[in-house]
Design a protein around this ligand. Sequence first.
Ligand code: MF3
Ligand code: CO
Length: 260
Amino acid sequence: MIYLKTPEQLELMRKAADLLSRTFGEIAKWAVPGTTTRKIDTVAREYMQDHGGIPACLGYGGFPGTVCCEVNEIVVHGFPSQYELRDGDIFGADSVVSLEGFCADMCYTFPIGEVEPKTMELLRTTKESLYKGIEACRPGHRIGDIANAVQTYCEHRGYSVVREMCGHGIGVNMHEEPEVPNYGRRGIGPVIRNGMVICIEPMINLGSRNVVIERDGWTCRTRDRKPSAHYEHTVAIHDDMTEVLTTFDFIAEVMGSRFV
Ligand code: MF3
Ligand code: CO
């Protein structure tokens, strides 16, 4: 069942998305060599809580953090740890906040220090594919149109699309229907309608698309241990336009000219 949101509910979702976006501004300040991923997790949790938010990942299905920490070959759902970010790493932060009963979900992959050009290109392409997906997300279109836009954009550039995980609807719960895959045919899947709120989140690999889950039952990494990138926005569909509720602007402010 896809829950369409009322204007009042959308207003609450905007507030949650604003808090989450600002939280990512705080994360950006710490996305530098020498920071442990646990420190970043703590910064995010405290910022959310200080502003009335609930860190929705913390304890979700037993997940032990506020931020999923995706270093290099980690695709999704890495645990915060004592690992210190190093020059040349990429670090994906994926997190969800709940505020006044509604969730927002967002992810950004940060280059740490000086990153190899071919990995920077992976980051740029993955982020661009998110916006291609958002462009395809229009009332009357179908979910498959988003999926196909992301897949086509990335595969034409030689990257591979992770298929085991996908985007999703969002609202009172962080995961609602519909599923929003990053691969598939145009014209299939649910019709995109006014009042839907969904998360679009391409997970794109430099090497093969294959992934494995580590023995902790959560951490998902590329099988070939080549890097994987991940960006995500929460978007609301209106009759005449698609509104991106989350924003990378607070990250851009912190990163300055390093923001790509
Ligand atoms: N954006 C992630 C997702 O949609 C958030 C996962 S939170 C976790 O899967 F707690 F499940 F890790
Ligand atoms: Co998500």
